[in-house]
Design a protein around this ligand. Structure first.
Ligand code: GLV
Length: 327
């Protein structure tokens, strides 16, 4: 019987599905493993269901020579060295689609929370400072009528645009490849260059994939292009923003505020953020609605089962792996 490893806790129905097909080693206690501990579990495994916190690189693959499939429980897969997997004939899968709506909901929530200083308001109340209503208290920026600049215009970016049009926002977008006119019409979003978007947007929303090319896509230079009244929302991945430069920009009021769900070097983050009132901080939970996390868990499990039974997982991200499979 083939062996698979589930690196972190997933929902029981997904474990049950996998157990019907394979012998399973599962970390349902959900303690985070070091890379060495992960290798100890997976050195003789045929497949592995991972979380975005598991680093799957060439060194790991070298120690797990039987591995045929790495099935990530996330839509992003920058934790996996896909080229290294491909060269070893290992399939990589992700969980697109099932989290689009939940992440788009959260993006809108984080945008409003940041523009309307909701974190500050809560801290104020919890600190016992709420003594009455003052006309000029906790003044923020309106979302309705503002210009939203979305960077990254895949499924999630487009869904955010549709939500934002309900707030009568003026919507700009930037992405490597401009989308079809039909999608622009449906979303009401206008394509602009990166610098133009940064200069014009009241809210810059990041929802692009992380790669070597997008490392520090937003750094000091880009932050300097933004309006002093602008808000930055990072829904994408840590590393897309140079967090040290962002702390400086928030401290010096180069930009007005930021809403962050992701950080460089998670779960660590720049301690400078904690000293600032003008940042709303969330612990990478944009997809964390119960039905969505359940669907992600099951989607990854189905990918794993299909990868090791038919060799045709529905969400394969590296079809070119086939050229490297030894027969
Ligand atoms: C979450 O960050 C994901 O990529 O699914």
């Amino acid at each position: 019987m083939k062996k698979v490893v589930i690196t972190r806790e997933i929902f029981d129905d997904a474990v049950e599905l996998i157990e019907k097909h394979f012998s399973v080693v599962s970390n349902q206690q959900d303690q985070a493993f070091t890379n060495d501990e992960l290798v100890e579990m997976a050195y003789d495994a045929d497949g592995i269901q991972t979380m975005s916190t598991d680093r799957i690189d060439g060194a790991f693959l070298g120690k797990c020579p039987k591995l045929k499939a790495v099935c990530n429980t996330a839509v992003g897969y920058n934790n996996i060295d896909v080229d290294a997997c491909t060269r070893r004939g290992v399939m990589v899968t992700n969980t697109p689609g099932v989290l689009t709506n939940s992440v788009a909901d959260f993006a809108i929530g984080l945008m409003i929370a940041t523009c309307r200083r909701m974190g500050e308001g809560e801290r104020y109340l919890r600190a016992g400072q709420f003594k009455g209503v003052y006309l000029k208290q906790t003044l923020g920026h309106d979302v309705h009528g503002a210009t939203l600049g979305i960077v990254g215009f895949g499924r999630i970016g487009q869904t955010i645009a549709k939500r934002a049009s309900g707030f009568d926002m003026n919507i700009l977008y930037h992405t490597r490849n401009r989308v079809a006119p039909g999608i622009e019409n449906q979303t009401g979003a206008r394509f602009v260059g990166k610098d133009e978007l940064l200069r014009q947007a009241d809210i810059v929303m990041l929802i692009l994939p992380y790669s070597a090319d997008t490392h520090h896509y937003i750094g000091a230079q880009e932050l300097a292009l933004m309006k002093p009244t602008a808000v930055l929302v990072n829904m994408a991945r840590g590393g897309i923003v140079d967090d040290a430069a962002l702390v400086d920009a928030l401290r010096n009021k180069t930009i007005w505020a930021a809403g962050l769900d992701v950080y460089e070097n998670e779960p660590k983050f720049d301690p400078g953020f904690l000293e600032l009132e003008n940042v709303v901080l969330k612990p990478h939970i944009a997809s964390a609605a119960e039905p969505t996390r359940r669907a992600m868990s099951m989607t990854a499990a189905k990918n794993l089962v299909a990868a090791l039974t038919s060799g045709e997982p529905p969400n394969l991200v590296n079809p070119e792996y086939r050229e490297f499979v030894k027969t």
